[in-house]
Write a protein that binds this ligand. Structure first.
Ligand SMILES: [Zn+2]
Length: 117
């Protein structure tokens, strides 16, 4: 018989999971701040819509707690959802993405005149 699988998808020492793979595996991303004593769970499939798939999960939110800015006490982990989560775990779902206008300075050049005939 096979030994029981752990709840941790990949546990090699130096493996840094990326959000794209976590989304493909259907994982939960659980962020915890030990200063704020706050824990939030996200669906990797939501996060991959807001972040590049190649982003490491521990680089989400800049690697810092969004509230207090702590990085030393901030942990991001991935795990498989379980039946115990159904109807119990609060997940922070993506409801939309706000587009931010980006600006840069450049030298003025006259707009091309529309050609009539
Ligand atoms: Zn915090």
């Amino acid at each position: 018989m096979m030994s029981a699988m752990t709840n941790s998808p990949r546990s090699q020492m130096n493996y840094r999971p990326r959000i794209g793979q976590a989304a493909a595996d259907g994982l939960l991303i659980v962020c915890k701040c030990y200063v704020c004593r706050r824990s939030r769970a996200y669906l990797a499939t939501d996060l991959v819509q807001a972040y590049h798939p190649e982003i490491f999960i521990d680089d989400l939110f800049g690697g810092n707690c969004p509230r207090c800015g702590s990085s030393h006490n901030w942990r991001v982990k991935q795990r498989f959802p379980s039946n115990a989560d159904v109807g119990m775990l609060t997940v922070r779902r993506l409801t939309g993405i706000r587009q931010t206008p980006l600006w840069r300075d450049e030298l003025y050049s006259a707009p091309e005149k529309a050609k009539n005939g």
